[in-house]
Design a protein around this ligand. Structure first.
Ligand code: ACM
Ligand code: ZN
Length: 497
């Protein structure tokens, strides 16, 4: 077995011998070179030598990969692996599926004892595909900044779990992390803060950095979803452009956590002009179809006292100040939709009337997700109770424990389908994801510790379609061994601590 669990459709008799731990790597022409590269480096790391198909002896078994339009055509990410005494073939109708096959081969080879020269693998046929199209993992790089190298390592871990969406939370109160050349103050000012220790802290990504991440993610079959928060969680933006706040007062980039009163003034056209400039740039830089624009946690204090915002309430016939948030986010979602993007917002955006097709990320509860699905919106389930990986894993020895606890056991029970949602609306649930907020996470090692192995449980449920505690628990020790071989930092299972 492998994690996420794959479906073995047939076990073969006999065995596939791997003399001298070698195979001939025979990849059909036309398949992107990174598939071959992945196999060479990933299986090579485990000790299996990948030789050129022509220059080597025919007695060495072949590892063959090919694109087959007839391979599980109803499952675009599906793939098939056949291990027979003569060799291994893997196929898919898509490059994405071939990538998943590479990951599964990595697990299968990791289980083979390659310490001698007489290794063998048990033959089988395996057909596999995911239950949910959206299998996501988020990372907050605003509270703490992580360089491109860390992001790539993070993506490696996601791919190892067949996660296919990386939600990159690029802006928040404590830092603006995306350089936007025509608004340079966003990163010159908003990219930096003064910590409690008096030291300057921060950083940001250039367009070149982003492109490097995008290419790397594409090789791994991962779509990068940028998030630009608005109209709340914008203190870093307001530090750079204070005129966009209702008070117009100069302010600093905060180094404390929480929800702040200062938000974008939504009663001025200038705010929309700047926001559109930012989104135009983001839409061009990120070629994927999704753009997340935040939309959560907006206090009304500033809007209540602002003549511009109050005039907007009157002119737009809104019911009151509380309606401004939905009115604003609806306008932004519509702008992104006009640009051909699928806009995504946290579930508060349903307080407005976002255009059809806007995706809702349900974080407050499963019920918020169910309600969004009933209203006809595509939904990504990320309820805090199961999916907030900034929460402590429980027990002793947590570095800087978060007051709330999310043990592995609960993630194992996470069903992406909200329990009270009737079948007619099930197809609106795109999938789910976990979020990793970094107020209390400052180092790559700690990041991995908070991610693993909870991500393993989440990814398994998203792939399998529902909790599969028995399989995952049975496989976890071996999976952790692989994580350890690959050098990742994870939290040991309770009985090993
Ligand atoms: C959120 O955790 N405020 C989306
Ligand atoms: Zn205002």
């Amino acid at each position: 077995m492998v994690l996420p669990p794959a479906k073995i459709v047939q076990a073969h008799k006999g065995e596939l011998s791997l003399p001298n731990n070698q195979m001939r790597l025979d990849i059909e022409e036309g398949i992107p070179g990174f598939i071959k590269h992945r196999l060479k480096s990933e299986l090579g790391f485990l000790g299996l030598d990948m030789l050129h198909p022509e220059v080597t002896s025919q007695s060495i078994p072949a590892l063959r990969g090919w694109l087959d339009p007839d391979c599980l055509p109803e499952h675009p990410e599906g793939y098939r692996i056949e291990i027979s005494p003569g060799g291994i073939t893997f196929s898919s109708s898509t490059v994405l599926g071939l990538g998943h096959a590479c990951t599964t081969l990595r697990y299968l080879v990791a289980k083979v004892d390659l310490s001698g020269k007489k290794a063998s693998i048990q033959p089988m046929i395996l057909e596999d595909w995911p239950s949910y199209a959206w299998r996501g993992m988020h990372l907050d790089v605003a509270r703490h900044f992580f360089p491109v190298e860390t992001i790539k390592r993070y993506l490696d871990i996601l791919a190892l779990h067949k996660i296919n969406r990386f939600h990159w939370h690029l802006t928040d109160d404590q830092g603006w992390r995306l350089e936007i050349p025509i608004l340079p103050r966003l990163t010159e000012i908003g990219g930096w803060r003064t910590g409690a220790d008096g030291k300057k802290y921060g950083g940001f990504y250039t367009a070149q950095d982003v492109k490097e991440v995008l290419i790397y993610a594409q090789y791994l079959g991962i779509v990068v979803v940028p998030e630009i928060e608005m109209p709340g969680h914008v203190r870093a933006l307001l530090a750079a452009y204070p005129d966009l706040c209702c008070t117009e007062e100069a302010q600093s980039v905060p180094s404390t956590w929480g929800v702040f009163d200062d938000v974008l003034c939504v009663g001025r056209e200038e705010t929309f002009r700047v926001v559109r400039t930012i989104l135009d740039y983001v839409c061009e830089l990120f070629p994927g179809k999704y753009v997340h624009f935040g939309g959560d946690e907006v206090p009304l204090k500033r809007w209540n006292a602002c003549p511009h915002c109050q005039r907007t309430v009157m002119e737009e016939y809104l019911l009151g100040t509380a309606s401004l948030q939905g009115w604003f986010t609806t306008r932004i979602a519509a702008y992104l939709a006009e640009k051909g993007k699928i806009a995504i917002g946290w579930d508060e955006i349903l307080e407005g009337e976002p255009p059809e097709g806007t995706a809702i990320m349900a974080w407050r509860s499963e019920e918020h997700g169910a309600n969004a699905a009933k209203a006809g919106y595509p939904v990504i389930m990320s309820p805090g109770r199961y999916c907030y990986f900034d929460h402590s894993q429980g027990g002793d020895g947590e570095p800087e424990a978060f007051p709330a606890v999310l043990p592995l056991e609960r993630v194992l029970q996470f069903n992406p389908m909200p329990p009270k949602l009737d079948k007619a609306h099930h197809s609106n649930i795109l999938g789910g994801q976990a979020n990793l907020w970094t107020e209390r996470i400052a180092t790559p090692e700690h990041l991995e510790y908070m991610l693993l192995p909870r991500l393993t449980a989440l990814a398994s449920n998203l792939w399998h379609g529902k909790p599969d505690e028995g399989t995952v628990r049975a496989e976890l020790p071996r999976h952790l061994e692989l994580l350890s071989r690959l050098g990742y930092n994870y939290r040991a299972l309770e009985h090993d601590r």
